[in-house]
Write a protein that binds this ligand. Sequence first.
Ligand SMILES: [Zn+2]
Length: 339
Amino acid sequence: MNRLFLRNLVPTLVLLLVLANEADPRMWPANPSQTTDPELSTNTPDKRHRPRSASSSRVQDPPDSLLPVQTSAYPESSLAGGIDAGKAASELPVDRNVEAPGFSAPSVPAIACATPMSLMLHSAFGEERMEALAQAILEHGWQTMTYRDLLPLSQAGECPPERAVIVSIDDLGTDWLRPDFKRMIQAFNEYGLVVVVGVVVHGPQDESIWAYLSQLEALGNEVASHSVDHLNLPLLDAEGLAGQVDGSYDTICLNLGKCPVTLILPFGNIDPEGRILAAANAYSFVVGIPGGHRFAGMPPYYLGRIPPVNESQDQTLASLEASFRHEAGELLAAVEGDD
Ligand SMILES: [Zn+2]
């Protein structure tokens, strides 16, 4: 076998190994229509269904913030059945993009990286916990980054630092903004740490909120799309999906003067068919809840997140490390051992 062949073969094998070991079973809820709402607490069933109308301008009041979602909401045993690893892998974005006629980004190297440890927060997490989180991150010698920071690394074929953590806060509105969000973000920024904010962009746009969001970007934070109406994307048809995914992209480009690189999925829900990733090709990162502890291939990359432990931010860090580093380390070590 010649060298060129090997050079092509090894990344392919690595990728297949990565995909076969990680991406499929937990990434795809077995029945999206019934696991629709991992962001929302099962303890608040009366609030599980958000207002769907664009006229409900305070939809971003986040009932989903209240309680951590256990990752056991996606037990492997209950999701693995019926999913064919080879088939699932063939549906992932790397293959789709590589095979897609006209796809032309040969300058972007295919990569296989551990996802930065990623945390999902909502307004009820509150200012005091933000401070405790910031202190824990600094005490542990971790560093925060944004998905936007991750982009030049992945474009250069590099993986993020081992101790990097991405902290994202969901459900900010661009027509009305809960004051809690500003206090939380400021508390975090004052420690020199950055956050990603997921904005729901429906309704009349408030210029003062966009000015605030621009200011956040200038401070090193990232403004990500959290869709137009916070609908459950897997249930939408192609037109509806494009409206949510492209519509929010365009609104952010226009009002922020800078386009988003990240789509944070409402309710964390991704579909098994890959329609959402296909629709999100304007973005570099699509962020959900199940799986996504490693990312590989070509953008858009699917990345996962976990909820905090409200009682203790040291435990939140321990939970992040256990979720994102234990498995990832084992797998990457196995991959390196193979070649
Ligand atoms: Zn949300």
